[in-house]
Design a protein around this ligand. Structure first.
Ligand SMILES: Cc1cc2nc3c(=O)[nH]c(=O)nc-3n(C[C@H](O)[C@H](O)[C@H](O)COP(=O)(O)OP(=O)(O)OC[C@H]3O[C@@H](n4cnc5c(N)ncnc54)[C@H](O)[C@@H]3O)c2cc1C
Length: 438
């Protein structure tokens, strides 16, 4: 089945799962004598709640379901659809307040009954969840603390909403509707258990051992891993995995990193990690022999998904890692297609993998264009951002028959994507991996 068909299939499954409970609950018998607006308000509440419940499925990292889109798109969808769900859920009480302003009294948590209390608490949790996610960086929330809070608030919001629905009782009185109403949260709890228990157990059973930690140019470290008692991971060059290093997989303290090693070496994995924050600064302290755990592979950013006459890679700083994996893989496969790499860095000394890239350009049909922000004296190469003029200077006549892979800091990626579109590269030939997607 093609990726497009598989993508359509999973979108269909999502729509069915989100809306089927709503239609089932609205089937006869429904309470009589209620006006259209009241029914609409309830329908929006149910649809919003089902969307929130299925958010657990979107972040459960089901490989098959995520494969046609890529994990970044799934997370992006998770973010956007939560805004739609919250709008639906907010519309539910707002319509009730407009229909009868006396309903406003239900906002009073002291005097209101448990039915309203559960609804209000659920909504409050949801609003805090959305606010802390949209403005996490502005609020200076530590990622790990935010992630724990995010999970707890989500479980509370959905749980309280279920209590609200159960106490209200309309639409869930018929026994088969009760069955459905029990099946749904059971499924959602199952998803939580899958993420919190089953995935860590699977990771624990397939450990990796650190075999070396090597310093690279540009403040990065390459962590080499070998599988212990299993065959390792089969991944596509350019994909990534979530790495757990200092904790047990149950702690869910994991970080995503692109494989930088060749995909032809499932038993010899490498990640190249730039020391930028709390976790990444500790990589250099990992000693050979230390156990590590991986959840992966994930991601759609790979030459193996896009067959083309040739490839153009555009990397900024540590964004070279997935591209390095693709180049190393192509070299091992003795690929002869034309390859062009634009690689933007601060200075010549910062160029991660500089020497190996030079060697790869001898083994592959690869041309490398370095561009530097702070070039050394006598530098005759490119300087500054990659832009349309720079692309035109180096791309071949057949540039529209190439596929383009971009990875780097967000501003660089935005500029390069615009420049490629500006010079006429078709959108479906431009592929990006954003390290900021979480
Ligand atoms: C698909 C993908 C592939 C990546 N590949 C590489 C790579 O090959 N090499 C590399 O050096 N970096 C890579 N990164 C970036 C790397 O994951 C972050 O730099 C790292 O997680 C930051 O952690 P920290 O605690 O050191 O930084 P902090 O300073 O604590 O965090 C900086 C920012 O990083 C993000 N972040 C922090 N913790 C996590 C976490 N547990 N999970 C996800 N994001 C987090 C948050 O947005 C946070 O605001 C990749 C990111 C993604 C999404």
């Amino acid at each position: 089945m093609s990726l497009r068909v598989r993508g359509m299939f999973w979108i269909g499954v999502y729509i069915l799962l989100v809306f089927a409970p709503l239609f089932a609950l609205l089937l006869l018998p429904t309470p009589e004598g209620r006006n259209f607006w009241l029914e609409l308000s309830v329908a929006l509440g149910f649809a919003g709640l089902a969307m929130m419940g299925f958010q657990f499925a979107l972040t459960a990292r089901f490989k098959r379901a995520a494969a046609p889109f890529g994990m970044d798109i799934v997370y992006h969808f998770h973010r956007q659809i939560s805004l739609v769900a919250v709008l639906f859920i907010l519309a539910h009480p707002i319509i009730l307040f407009i229909l009868d302003p006396a309903n406003l009294e239900r906002l009073n948590l002291i005097t209101a009954g448990w039915q309203a209390r559960a609804g209000v608490l659920s909504l409050l949790a949801l609003l805090i969840l959305i606010g802390t996610s949209l403005w996490r960086q502005r609020l200076k929330l530590n990622y790990e603390a935010w992630r724990t809070m995010h999970g707890l608030l989500a479980a509370f919001a959905v749980g309280a909403a279920m209590v609200h629905v159960a106490i209200v009782g309309y639409y869930v009185e018929a026994p088969w509707k009760r069955v459905l109403w029990i099946a749904l949260p059971t499924f959602w709890i199952g998803l939580l258990l899958y993420v919190r228990l089953w995935t860590p157990v699977r990771m624990l059973r397939r450990p990796y051992r650190v075999t070396a930690v090597n310093e690279e140019r540009g403040g990065s470290w390459t962590l080499q891993l070998q599988p212990v008692g299993h065959g390792g991971i089969r991944f596509k060059p350019g994909q990534f995995a979530w790495l757990t290093l200092w904790n047990s997989p149950f702690a869910i303290k994991e970080h995503p990193f692109s494989f930088s090693s060749s995909a032809e070496q499932a038993g010899q994995l490498a990640f190249t990690i730039k020391a930028l924050g709390d976790f990444t600064a500790t990589i250099k302290e990992a000693q050979p022999g230390k156990l590590a755990y991986l959840d992966g592979p994930y991601g759609a950013f790979s030459i193996d998904r896009h067959q083309a006459e040739g490839y153009v890679f555009l990397a900024g700083g540590i964004g070279i890692t997935p591209i390095m994996s693709m180049l190393r893989t192509l070299a091992e496969r003795e690929d002869t297609r034309p390859l062009l790499l634009f690689y933007a860095n601060n200075s010549w000394d910062d160029v991660t993998f500089r020497e190996e890239l030079e060697q790869l350009s001898q083994r592959l049909n690869l041309k490398i264009i370095h561009t530097l922000d702070e070039p050394p004296e006598g530098w005759t190469g490119e300087t500054g951002f990659i832009n349309a003029a720079m692309l035109k200077r180096h791309l071949s006549q057949r540039f529209t028959s190439r596929d383009y892979f971009i990875c780097g800091p967000d501003p660089m990626m935005d500029a390069v994507e615009s420049a490629l579109v500006e010079i006429g590269v078709p959108l479906n030939q431009i592929h990006s991996e954003r390290y900021s997607f979480v």
